[in-house]
Design a protein around this ligand. Structure first.
Ligand SMILES: Cc1cc2nc3c(=O)[nH]c(=O)nc-3n(C[C@H](O)[C@H](O)[C@H](O)COP(=O)(O)O)c2cc1C
Length: 276
């Protein structure tokens, strides 16, 4: 498939983008990727996994501070306890590889003490930088893993029971989970999930969302055409009823109409972060 075809498939839109650009495998792999939630039992060779870790930690890092780490949960019983605490991610209980990517602001604080310097940056930025580094490392791992045909799915729902998770992983002060990541040889074929048009996500010179509602209304229709949400799968039907016009925006705004993980800020503060 040509680069342009991949782009049209990703956005579900006619487009000229990609016509004047040489195709390469990295880009076509990313354009055609999707998250996988079912895996064969086939193991991932140890050397491949270590290669993927080496690639992940080759990602850029804020100020070269390298404030990410990953915990490979090898103990199946522990993996099951973490996944089964949240019914919607029971599928993660048997993923061949189960990782938890963490922001790690502990290392630099310990090193500051070791070198005899004050740590004078104890504010929100310290949390944010570590979280961003962890996210970038996770995504770099995903790109590398998918290039070998592996399937991945990040799992932030493991944070639904943050105290349980943190206890299972024995996370010390200033280390916190950003997301889990399930990895394995895929056994499902989920298909591409359409993305918002670039008119809503790429701004030029200044932020401009004047066209938001029209663009999203069209996007909702495009998504429903390829992946219609049956009434039985709509969210919060008992409270909000079945929507005629149910699309991505109804789905996601229904999701965010109810609080979730409201205890996360408290947890992060208990991990020692000053978020001021
Ligand atoms: C940080 C992050 C957390 C995610 N958490 C979950 C999760 O808890 N459960 C899940 O099923 N998918 C999770 N996903 C996967 C998204 O649902 C998925 O990326 C999105 O629906 C788009 O689909 P695609 O990856 O197939 O393009 C997560 C993705 C990211 C980036």
């Amino acid at each position: 498939m040509s680069l342009n075809r991949h782009i049209q498939a990703r956005f579900g839109l006619a487009s000229d983008i990609g016509h004047a650009t040489e195709e390469n495998r990295t880009v076509t792999n990313i354009l055609s990727r999707c998250s996988h939630r079912a895996f064969s039992e086939q193991a991932i060779p140890e050397d491949l996994l270590n290669t993927l870790f080496a690639t992940a930690f080759s990602a850029p890092s804020k100020s070269d501070l390298q404030q990410a780490c990953v915990i490979h949960v090898k103990d199946r019983t522990k993996q099951r306890r973490i996944a089964e605490a949240t019914p919607s991610i029971r599928w993660a209980a048997d993923a061949p590889v189960f990782l938890v990517w963490c922001g790690d602001s502990r290392r630099i604080r310990r090193l500051a003490e070791w070198r005899g310097h004050a740590f004078a940056n104890d504010h929100l930025d310290a949390f944010m930088n570590a979280a961003v580094d962890a996210g970038i490392c996770m995504q770099t791992f995903i790109i590398a893993a998918e290039s070998y045909g592996l399937g991945c799915c990040p799992v932030s729902e493991i944070r639904n029971h943050i105290q349980l998770l943190s206890g299972e992983l024995e996370l010390p002060q200033h280390v916190f989970p950003v997301a889990g990541l399930c990895v394995g040889w895929p056994q499902d074929t989920p298909g591409i999930s359409l993305r918002l048009p670039l008119t809503t996500t790429v701004h030029r010179d200044r932020y401009d969302d004047a066209n938001l509602f029209d663009a999203v209304a069209d996007y909702d229709l495009r998504r429903e055409k390829v992946d219609r949400t049956p009434a039985a799968q709509q969210r919060l039907v008992e409270d909000l009823g079945v929507a005629e016009n149910y699309g991505w925006s109804e789905n996601r705004t229904r999701q965010y109409s109810r609080p979730a993980r409201a205890d996360f800020g408290g947890y992060i503060r208990r991990q020692g972060f000053d978020l001021s």
